[in-house]
Design a protein around this ligand. Structure first.
Ligand code: AHG
Ligand code: MN
Ligand code: MN
Length: 339
């Protein structure tokens, strides 16, 4: 008999109301030495996500759909909202004392905000401000992907701090602007899921410690490129099709990976004859997604024997092949690849 009149929510996670802000503070309290710097950065990302979500929802009404007529460093057409989302992230992160360097898909060079040593750690924030932006004109899901690394003061060039393998990420996450806006975050202790409550303007925690389910016979790949895939991958596709697999592919990595995180399956953006390193960018697309997938019990590989998180970075915008998802489904792909 409980005579302390404890509310049932005290003992049951499902009954508690926890915002992303509260979650971040909770995590900080679990690390007694933490300075709070990382918490401020995560809160800047959450504010950016709310602003971008709002702009995405009103894009058609405000006439900010379509391209700006310029190309980014990847030679890809920039959508107006790519530029807008990039600007929102830059402006919120610039105000955070703990951010040393910011690197974006939309900027050729990283932006050094603060250099030199400091009494508390500083961080590098890398991001794809709007992923899948070609989906915007048709109301498809788009996202923001981010990766956080610790800044290493004292290097000859501050930018060198960025070139750390993904295994050294301090935190990673993405925001999916879909039928609802979801924020997925890991700081290395599992993966947590938040949904934006538009009524109160806060991200609410809806799931903790997500685990990718096994046994989902679904692959996600642009099969239009099949002729350029290596023979092993073509064998995998033949095998999958002979074994009752389904295909799901939206053309926005955030949407495709989110489905896999919740339902299982495998996502591939492999090397092709035309693009031997694939298309996706290591530092702000593949690495953060790989950390999330591994933290949820899945696998994220750049090739048959190499984890994405172990690929040595040589440039901020370098590309890598990607095979990630539920461990059983990634293994099924790897079993068909050559040595
Ligand atoms: P972005 O819009 O940031 O350039 O990224 C698009 C990426 C990724 O989201 C998606 O998985 C892939 O490009 C789709 O490429 P294909 O059109 O070649 O399938
Ligand atoms: Mn992208
Ligand atoms: Mn993008």
């Amino acid at each position: 008999m409980n005579d302390t009149h404890e509310h049932p929510a005290a003992g049951r996670e499902a009954l508690r109301i926890t915002t992303l802000q509260a979650h971040i503070l909770e995590q900080q309290a679990n690390h007694p030495g933490a300075s709070g710097t990382l918490s401020w950065i995560l809160s800047a990302l959450s504010i950016s996500a709310k602003i971008i979500a709002d702009r995405v929802r009103r894009a058609r009404l405000e006439n900010v759909l379509g391209s700006v007529g310029t190309e980014n460093v990847q030679g890809e057409v920039q959508q107006k909202l790519d530029v807008l989302a990039n600007d929102v992230l830059m402006r919120t992160l610039a105000g955070r004392e703990g951010v040393a360097i910011v690197a974006s898909e939309e900027n050729e060079e990283p932006v050094i905000l603060r250099d030199g040593s400091h009494s508390v750690p500083r961080y590098c924030v890398l991001f794809d401000p709007l992923d899948g932006s070609s989906n915007l004109d048709v109301c498809g899901g788009v996202g923001t992907i981010f990766s956080i690394l610790e800044f290493q003061p004292g290097r000859a060039r501050a930018e060198e701090s960025l070139l750390q393998p993904g295994a050294r990420q301090i935190a990673a996450g993405y925001v999916l602007y879909g039928s609802s806006t979801v924020f997925v975050l890991t700081t290395g202790g599992g993966v947590d899921l938040f949904v934006l409550d538009p009524g109160i303007g806060a991200f609410m925690r809806v799931e903790r410690g997500l685990r990718i389910p096994a046994g989902n016979k679904t692959y996600s790949v642009n099969e239009g490129h099949r002729a350029g895939f290596e023979p092993g991958l073509r064998r995998y596709l033949d095998w999958a099709q002979a074994h009752g697999y389904s295909s799901r592919y939206t053309g926005a990595m955030v949407g495709d990976v989110h489905r896999i995180l919740l339902k299982g399956g495998v996502f591939l953006y492999p090397s092709t004859q035309k693009a031997p390193e694939g298309k996706l960018r290591l530092m702000y697309e593949a690495n953060p997604m790989a950390m999330i997938i591994e933290q949820a019990g899945g696998k994220a590989m750049a090739g048959p024997h190499r984890r994405i998180l172990e690929v040595p970075p040589v440039g901020v915008h370098q590309r890598t092949p990607v095979i990630l998802g539920a461990a059983d489904q990634v293994d099924a792909v790897l079993a068909h690849l050559g040595p």
